[in-house]
Design a protein around this ligand. Structure first.
Ligand SMILES: O=C(O)[C@@H]1CCCCN1
Ligand code: NA
Length: 663
């Protein structure tokens, strides 16, 4: 076997040995400052989910009451598990695969499952970045291309699909995606979008090329810029008519949701998704820390920043949507009064009189007041505000509702550029975390990859781009929705549940606390031990059950765009798509039981190892692919010949304590 060289190209020895124990090899790269590290964690965890999922979940599920529920779950499962991941990465100094393998070789599958989940998310996340690039590229013009409907070909009439929906809706579905009518119609690749995807992966690749040394620098900008934009939008939004109403409607608490299991499930899943628990990225990032770093403080800080960002984004989104609702209501009043004048001009309706005053200046509240005295059955009652605020999330929020509202701002291209540049940065910083969550564990575990870091990074990005082509078909956005709905929900819960059980019960919560005490010099609150052992584990199991039930009971559907009707329709997934959907979940979760059984088999064989007649007939070929040739567990089990020329990068001390009782 080739002797491995230390990775000198990453981090000078002086830097990486900063704060480390002298026994540790000086090879592992390190953050150049604490600020960089915190920005990386914040950049990863704060993402599109904070902007387009959290506000929606809040509004759909009881406003202020959901906020409280989310906070509760953040304290019960979010922070303890976040702290757990941070501490594990920092003390073991390995990516997710290495960490769980250290806790127990039987649990290596948790790390692989993390990598798979992370890859799925990375794949579709970069597609969203590509869409943002596309919109950013189209924002530098006045008027914006989604401000009005184009003419139909060979006619002076408006394009009918656009006339029936709206200019922004049309631009999204037809000009940007050129979406097909269902997931079954692939429709070929879209070249413009594909070049945007290529651009997105090139950005990621360039930022990742030198590992955390280069991505750390990008993150200074990428993690902070979204806050500048969110604040600009907040100020702009609060000055708009209707903003206050939007925010009031949003935060009005409906306490009844506390009784709904599905709301709890959604809140908890959002806690995981927002913090990035179970992705392996938190572990990867913290594995580049000096051992003495106060990771408890970090956990509280990053969780708090993440939560406050979600609240900030909610304020922005609902201020802007409130303004939009106001405009839509006003338009409704205009239409209704026009129709009323026409009605009364043709025949008189007993009991109905036109309101007094200038009809064109009628405000929604004046209209509603007048409507109280109108005989029933006219069907012209105004919808209240929450009707117009409903159901806007995900791409529908960013690329349709928000985009539409920005065209009404003075200097609309400026706001448009700001907004899509923010989306780009939000996504990019999260993507970098995702990539680190995939590359770090693989490189830590497989020595050959570690030796060709740069090549491996470039190849991974290329592979990511090639797989991403699936999303660049005309049916691609349906696949994005599928990945978003299924790949990072149930598997994530399963992974995190296993993590909690692994540390609390397999390794031992008290023992883990003692390791942290060794590391930090003080013992974290005993509360964490209870949380890990009972609170979080119990919550996780309930959650897992709720998610499973939800998955089995519901008939999975997706929102398709019907070109002829120019409207969204709900379609069931065809059987082959169901197969993909199920395999997304299975592939992500499978490594956990598979590698568990593998290791059991291996241990059993090692136990039988005294019997030489079995040698040579053992079915080990299949497993070898998963294990590094220099894997310490092999030698510990007396399995493969001991290879000491390539020490894994973990601290020997951590290895000694963490491996202790696992075999
Ligand atoms: O909320 C988000 O958008 C991200 C997704 C990836 C993990 C961290 N949070
Ligand atoms: Na981000």
């Amino acid at each position: 076997m080739e002797k491995s060289k230390p990775d000198l190209e990453l981090g000078s020895p002086g830097e990486s040995s900063l704060g480390l124990l002298p026994t540790e090899p000086p090879a592992r790269p390190a953050w150049s400052s604490k600020a960089q590290y915190i920005l990386a964690q914040v950049g990863f965890s704060v993402g599109l989910g904070n902007v387009w999922r959290f506000p929606y979940l809040c509004h759909q599920n009881g406003g202020g009451a959901f906020l409280l529920l989310y906070l509760l779950l953040l304290f019960v499962i979010g922070i303890p598990l976040f702290f757990l991941e941070l501490a594990a990465g920092q003390s073991i100094r390995q990516g997710s695969i290495g960490v769980w393998k250290h806790i127990s070789p039987r649990l290596a599958g948790i790390g692989f499952a993390s990598c798979v989940v992370c890859s799925f998310v990375a794949l579709y996340y970069n597609v969203i970045i590509a869409w943002s690039l596309f919109y950013l590229g189209h924002s530098f013009q006045y008027p914006l291309p989604w401000e009005s409907c184009p003419d139909a070909p060979n006619s002076t009439q408006m394009e009918p699909e656009c006339a029936r929906s709206s200019p922004t809706t049309y631009f999204w579905y037809r000009e940007a995606l050129d979406v097909s009518d269902s997931i079954s119609e692939a429709g070929g690749l879209d070249l413009t979008l594909t070049s945007c995807l290529l651009g997105a992966w090139s950005l990621v690749c360039m930022a990742m090329i030198r590992g955390i040394k280069s991505s750390g620098k990008v993150l200074y900008f990428s993690s902070l810029f979204p806050y500048v934009v969110l604040l600009c939008f907040l100020i702009r939004g609060l000055l708009l008519d209707g903003a206050a109403d939007g925010i009031r409607v949003m935060f009005t608490p409906k306490l009844s949701i506390w009784g709904d299991v599905q709301v709890w499930r959604q809140a908890a899943t959002q806690v995981f998704f927002a913090l990035g628990l179970g992705f392996g990225s938190i572990i990867a990032y913290s594995s580049y820390n000096p051992r003495g770093n106060n990771c408890h403080c970090d956990a509280l800080l990053v969780a708090a920043i993440n939560f406050l960002t979600s609240v900030l984004a909610t304020l922005v989104v609902f201020a802007v949507l409130g303004f939009r609702a106001n405009i839509l209501t006003q338009a409704c009043v205009g239409r209704n009064t026009k129709q009323l004048s026409w009605l009364l001009g043709n025949k008189s309706i007993p009991g109905l009189e036109l309101p007094v005053g200038n009809l064109s200046e009628f405000s929604p509240s004046m209209y509603s007041a007048w409507y109280q005295g109108v005989p029933a059955g006219l069907g012209m009652k105004l919808k209240d505000m929450s009707y117009f605020l409903q159901g806007v999330e995900g791409t529908g929020l960013a690329f349709i509702a928000f985009t539409e509202t920005m065209t009404l701002f003075p200097a609309s291209p400026f706001w448009s550029v700001l907004f899509f540049f923010m989306l780009l940065n939000l996504g990019l910083s999260t993507m970098l975390g995702n990539m680190q969550g995939i590359l770090t564990p693989l490189m830590d575990n497989f020595a050959p990859l570690r030796r060709r870091r740069t090549l491996f990074t470039v190849l991974s990005c290329t592979l990511g781009f090639l797989l991403g082509l699936v999303f660049m078909q005309r049916s691609g956005s349906y696949f994005v929705a599928m990945f978003d709905d299924y790949s990072a929900t149930l598997p994530l819960v399963a992974v995190v549940a296993c993590e909690a059980v692994a540390v609390a019960w397999v390794y031992g919560a008290e023992r883990f606390l003692s390791d942290i005490e060794d590391m930090l010099g003080w013992r974290p609150w005993k509360l964490y031990s209870y949380m890990w052992r009972y609170g979080s584990v119990l919550a996780m199991l309930c959650l897992l059950l709720a998610s499973l039930i939800n998955l089995c009971l519901g008939h999975p559907t997706y929102q398709a765009w019907d070109q002829a009707k120019a409207a969204k329709t709900k379609l069931p997934y065809p059987p082959w798509a169901m197969a993909i959907l199920v395999s997304l979940i299975v592939v992500a979760v499978l490594p956990i039981p598979a590698l568990y059984l593998c290791q059991l088999l291996r241990e059993w064989l090692a136990w039988r190892g005294g019997c030489p007649s079995l040698e040579g007939t053992l079915p080990v070929a299949e497993e070898e692919e998963e294990e590094s040739p220099a894997d310490p567990e092999h030698s510990a089990n007396g399995y493969l010949p001991v290879q000491t020329d390539d020490p894994p990068e973990g601290g020997e001390e951590a290895r000694a304590t963490l491996l202790g009782g696992s075999n």
